[in-house]
Design a protein around this ligand. Structure first.
Ligand code: GLY
Ligand code: MN
Ligand code: MN
Length: 442
């Protein structure tokens, strides 16, 4: 992403913040995995959204209308010895030249410099409660200013959560963001196709996971967007199953919820398909029902409709279908009202999608569901999960767990399905699986 994109975001945010205020955004801390090994570093999404800066131990400060520069970056100084081991760091010069900071300071000097920046500012925009260590430091700087009040310094009187403004900005994706998300979805879809083509009875779930991971990385996505779920049979009914260590049985379905993060943007795709390559009659019946629910929900993603409409559409189709199959008994309206479907459909139909897989942005404005507008991106992911021994449910339905999840962009006239690159029609899935060899591409 170009420097200009981040600059525009900072400018937009600062326009909304107004004068006499300051925003402080610490980057995410590194996390230790074990002994002297850290987890791969992932910057905080809010921080990265505004800076494009991916190094740990950094803090961004925005001071609208400050004469000597509005965007300040605290970061690590260049250190040739360290860089010989760990690779290049931006350093103070890089922070200015490559990331557009008006000024850059060593992170080790932050306690000396930040109190001065807070002086005589009325409002501080800061995400309190997200990083306890940093909260303490911010409080320390405020205390320091209070002590100086007799010399005419006044500490800021107001702390404001940055979320409201910043997360509303993040909810609406720019053209470049959409392009990146399209790519994340394309990469993820290709990986799902590969998994379908590679699947054989007797494989371990982690072997299918390995095909996905290989495909993500080989296409340039360096991380998953979230831990991959590969659940055969009964494991497909466990919503957050990530053990992925059981064998895939010929007679089972396998549910794969997996996607790549590409350039800090997530995809989030689920497909469910038969391990044998052929749906049984019972599996196909439930599958077609979930697919119909998904199609009804997708049709409801339109500007002007509100957030809950896709969910309502999915619930109606699922409940009616469950009655038709004899799995639920009673009148449609009554069963929807008393939420009988929740026995088989425990989650909601989607969430915002973006830099975070469960992305930021309000789902309600006041008491009202948010209305869809062009530029919003979300998932649509209904499912049905019928574990073994489900009471009053015929045995033929047991251990069927199905979810179908796609990624959508709200457009001016309706929506675009970003994850269209992997089939979900059962005949198309069977055709792909029946093809002689796994795709030799990715
Ligand atoms: N993969 C997480 C979700 O579907 O929400
Ligand atoms: Mn998912
Ligand atoms: Mn999802």
């Amino acid at each position: 992403m170009k420097k200009q994109e981040f600059k525009q975001r900072r400018e937009q945010l600062m326009r909304q913040m107004g004068a006499k205020c300051i925003a402080i955004l610490p980057n995410a801390p590194s996390r230790q995995r074990n002994r002297d090994i850290d987890y791969p570093y992932r910057p905080d999404s809010d921080f990265y959204y505004l800076t494009g800066f991916g190094e740990p131990e950094s803090v961004a400060v925005l001071v609208p209308q400050r004469e000597h520069g509005e965007f300040l970056l605290f970061c690590r100084e260049s250190d040739p010895k360290k860089e010989a081991w760990d690779g290049a760091m931006a350093g103070l010069e890089g922070a200015k030249a490559d990331y557009g900071a008006d000024d850059a300071f060593p992170i080790t000097d932050i306690d000396e410099i930040l109190p001065g920046l807070l002086e005589n500012r009325d409002r501080v925009y800061y995400a309190m409660g997200c990083n306890e260590d940093f909260d303490q430091r911010v409080m320390g700087w405020i205390k320091l200013l209070r002590k100086q009040s007799r010399s005419g310094v006044h500490p800021p009187g107001e702390f404001v959560a940055l979320d409201q403004m910043l997360h509303d900005m993040r909810l609406f994706k720019s053209a470049v963001e959409v392009k990146t998300m399209r790519r994340a979805a394309e990469i993820s879809a290709a990986a799902h196709r590969r998994a379908m083509a590679c699947c054989r009875p007797g494989m371990y779930e982690y072997q299918l996971e390995a095909e996905l991971l290989y495909s993500f990385q080989a296409q340039g996505a360096r991380s998953v967007a979230y831990p991959s779920i590969v659940g055969g049979g009964r494991n497909g009914c466990i919503l957050h199953y990530i053990d992925n260590d059981k064998r895939l049985k010929r007679s089972d379905l396998v549910l794969i919820d997996a996607a790549a993060e590409y350039d800090y943007y997530a995809a989030d795709i689920t497909r469910t398909f038969p391990v044998s390559g052929r749906f049984s009659r019972a599996q196909r019946e439930i599958y077609l029902l979930v697919l119909a629910a998904q199609q009804a929900a997708i049709a409801a993603v339109q500007p002007g409709n509100h957030w809950n409409q896709p969910h309502e559409a999915a619930v109606e189709v699922l409940t009616a279908g469950l009655i038709e199959l004899g799995i639920l008994k009673g009148r449609l309206n009554r069963l929807i009202e008393n939420e009988s479907y929740k026995k088989f459909y425990l989650h909601r139909t989607g969430h915002w999608l973006g830099m975070d897989v469960h992305d930021v942005g309000d789902y309600k404005v006041g008491d009202e569901w948010r209305v869809f507008e062009p530029g919003m991106t979300l998932t649509v992911e209904p499912g049905l999960y019928i574990p073994a021994n489900s009471k009053r449910v015929a045995k033929k339905w047991w251990n069927i767990g199905i979810r179908i999840e796609d990624n959508l962009l709200v457009t001016r006239n309706g929506h675009e399905i970003l994850s269209h690159g992997v089939p979900k029609d059962p005949d198309e899935i069977e055709a792909l699986m029946a093809a002689e060899t796994a795709e030799s591409s990715l």
